[in-house]
Design a protein around this ligand. Sequence first.
Ligand SMILES: Cc1cc2nc3c(=O)[nH]c(=O)nc-3n(C[C@H](O)[C@H](O)[C@H](O)COP(=O)(O)OP(=O)(O)OC[C@H]3O[C@@H](n4cnc5c(N)ncnc54)[C@H](O)[C@@H]3O)c2cc1C
Length: 388
Amino acid sequence: MKNYDVAIVGAGPVGSTFARYAAEKGLKVAIFEKKKEIGVPLQCAGLLGNKIKDVNVLPDEVILNEIYGACLHSPSSTMISMRKKEEPLAYVLDRVAYDKYLAQLAVDKGVELFLNHRAEKIDIETGEIYFKDKKISAEIIVGADGHASIVSETFNNASKYVHASQYLIDAGENAFKEDYFQVYVNSKISPGFLWVIPISEYTARVGLFGDFDYNDLSEILNDFLKNNETLRNAKILKKYHGKIPIYDPKKDIVKNRAILIGDAASQVKPTTSGGLIIGFNCAKIASEVVYEAISSQNIDILKKYQKRYKKMYNTELKMQLKVQDTYKSLDDENLDSVILKLKEKEVGKIVSEYGDLDSQSPLMIKLIKNGVIFSVLPKLLSRKIFGL
Ligand SMILES: Cc1cc2nc3c(=O)[nH]c(=O)nc-3n(C[C@H](O)[C@H](O)[C@H](O)COP(=O)(O)OP(=O)(O)OC[C@H]3O[C@@H](n4cnc5c(N)ncnc54)[C@H](O)[C@@H]3O)c2cc1C
């Protein structure tokens, strides 16, 4: 007899959300988290598209700011802006509080949460997890243990990732347009980008991700602040860094008695590297498939999870990979020219209507159909990437 129906490794937001869904279905669930305290240190910009409210609970207490608009800045400072009128485009969250909240909700539903429990070895055939001084067993093991997942490593190559660096800054009164976030692109950091996400009119999270180590990222961030008139004298209140997995379409996310969700499954958007909304959606699908596998005592059913994930996300993620390839192949001069042309074509208006932080394919399809992509990208490139 196994100790649990489901044992989850990692009490991040995605693992806790999966745990809650599984417990709500009547399964016996445990989560094992290596840290003593959930959610710390912060490793997130905490920007979530407004779809979050459709895919998970979001209490008002964890919302620090509502964002209605976004500005995109080219290397030589051409700017395109867009704004949603009716509803926020995105929310800025207190991620630490949100992670704790999601874990508590799972516990309230009957999930057993074990802090300070680092999984050291996993047996995906028997369903056993080994800790420093004990071993437990479960019908199904869920790897929700982030970019360096030990569960994933039992049946995948080590995951690839990029580094991210972020500062919390205070730039004084009226430094930020409180309801807009800013994105800065350039070929040095592409396919990464730099963000400024305001928490209030004077504080913001400023960060970037890219294929550099932390020192180089911090240097780029320091230069950005130094060269920005408003932010030059900003006080750096805190520094954070973290790792973001690179989306891998070939990754196996089901094997024997194990499945992967969230960052452990590289479920991040190629364009923005956001992982929460996609992770929450996958946690839901995974919980339904796990429930079916356990109730019918047939672990082969777990394979449905990979199929349902692909069905839900294939088109969107493929499109995002194309957008990422396009961005990667443009030098600064091309980026300036593309952004200037987009501005001349008043693309901000189309983005305001069709833009969505989480599913970018409706916007791209619109831009392809009305010929905008073809007219702003160098011809050879649009042919190579979009077949136009
Ligand atoms: C700087 C930065 C900014 C970001 N900004 C955004 C953003 O604005 N919007 C967005 O949507 N996403 C953002 N992301 C990505 C987002 O943070 C992740 O996609 C999200 O945290 C994934 O959640 P998760 O539960 O899958 O994994 P994680 O949050 O990584 O949680 C994994 C958990 O597993 C635990 N664990 C790991 N190994 C073990 C083990 N062996 N045993 C037990 N426990 C273990 C860890 O301690 C951790 O608690 C950002 C990431 C970074 C680094």
